[in-house]
Ligand binder design. Sequence first.
Ligand code: ZN
Length: 506
Amino acid sequence: MSPVSDTMTRLRGRLAEVRDLDTITMTLIWDQQTMMPPGGGANRADQLATLEHLRHEKGVSSEMERLLDELDRDLDGMDPDSDDACLIRVTRRDFEKASLVPPDLKGDLARAGSLGQEAWAKARESSDFASFLPFLERLLELKARYVECFAGRVDCAYDALLDDFEPGAKTTEVAQLFTELKGGLVPLITAIGERVVPGAPGPLHGAYARREQRQLALSALAALGFEPGEWRLDEAAHPFAARCGWGDNRLTTRIDESYLGMALYSSLHECGHGLYEAGVASELSRTPLGTGASLGLHESQSRLWENIVGRSRPFCEWLLPRLAEHFAIPFGSMSPEDLFRTVNEVKPSLIRVEADETTYSLHVILRFEIEQELIEGGLAARDVPDAWNARMQSYLGVEVPDDANGVLQDVHWSAGLFGYFPTYALGNIMSAQIWERARADLPAVDEQIAAGELGGLHEWLREHLYRHGRKFTPEETLRKVVGGPIAVEPYLNYLREKFSDIYGIA
Ligand code: ZN
C-alpha cells in the first residue's frame, strides 16, 4: 500500500466512526420523536449531549488533524472531482469549523435543544409561550456564544448560523432573493384573492379515519421508488425523515383526522428528503459525504415530490382512484380536475406546513426576518409573539388567535435550529429550476406520472443530483444540475403559470 492510500484509509476509518455516531444520534432522535415515553426526555438529553461530545472529540482529534495535514499535500495531484479529493476538502472544512467551537458549548447546545423540545411540546399543547420563554432565552444565549466562535470569519452573526444549514450562503444574498420572491408573490396572491369565492372548507377537510389515511400514505410512498424493506413510516408531531443507516430510511408523518392533506402531503414531502439521502452513491456511505449537499437542496427535493409532482394534474389523475378506494365519499364522484383544484386551493392561513404553494414562502420570510432580529439584536425573545402576530397580519392578512397557532407551531427554535428556516424557501426556488431541467430531458414525464411510473424522474434526479451527496458545495451542486446559480424567476414562472390557469387570471 502506498503511503497516500494508507493515510487515506486511516482517514476513512476515523470518518466512518464519526458518521456512525451521527446515524446513532439520528436513530435516538427518531426514537424520541416517535416512540419514547415522555418520561425519558431528561435522560435522552444527556445521552444526546454525550454523543455530541464524543463526535466532537473524534471530529477534531489531533490524529484527524495530522491525517488531514498529510493529505492536504497530496490534493494538488488529485482529480478535484474524485471522491478522495472531495472527502479531504469537505473534512478540512468541517474540521476547521468544529475546531472553533468548544466541546462544552456543543454539549450544552445539544442538551438545551433536547430540553427545549420537551418544553415546546408542553407549551404548544397549552398554548403557553411564557412557559417556553426561559428555554428560548437559554438557547439564544448559547447561540450568541456559538456565533462568537466565528468572530472575524463571518460578515454578520446570522451568517454563522446560516452556514450550518446552507454552507457558503450569505445573509445579504438570501435577503435579496427573498425580496425578489416576495415582490413576485404578493401581486400573485392579491390577484388570486380577488378571484376566490369564500365558502365552506374544501373536501380535504372532513372526518377521515387514521388507519385509512395511513394506508393511503403508504400506497403513495410505495410508488415513489424506495426499495422494499428499506423504509418505514411512523407518526411524529413534527414530521421529518431520518437516515438511520445504509438501507434504513425512517419517514414520519402527522395524521390529522379532520384534514386529509396533512398525512398525505407530509408523507410525500418527507419521502422526497428520504429519496435524496437514499440516492447518494453507495461509495460515499459512512463518510461525511453520504448525505445531502445542504438543507436548501434537500428541501428542493421534498418540495419537488410534494408539490411539483404531488399537486400536479398528472399525479391527481393517478391518485384519485386510490383516494376513492379509501374514501368513496367524497372522492368517488370527483374528476381528476376537481381533485387538482382541491389540492391547490389558495388560502392565506395560520400554519406554515398547511400553507399552499403561493403563500408558503411568506411564512418562511417572516421567520427569517424574526430570527435575524433575534440574533443580531433588536428583538427580545419575550416580544417574539407580538412581532409574529403583527407580521402575519401584514403579510398574510391573518389574525393569530393563540400562540399554539402562531409562534409555537414549529419545533425548530426549541431545538436551537436558528438559520434553518430560510432553507425552506431556498428549496422552493431551486425545486423549480431543477424541475425545469428534468422536464426538458424527460418529454414523457407527465404521462409517466399519470400512470404512477415515477422511476424515470427518480432515476434522473439520482443521476443528476442525489448521487453527488455532499461532495460539492451547494452552489456547485446546483450548477451541476441546472447549469447556473440559484434564480427566483423559474419558481415565480411556475407559480404564475399554474395558479393563473386555476384561478382564471389573465
Ligand atoms: Zn422538508
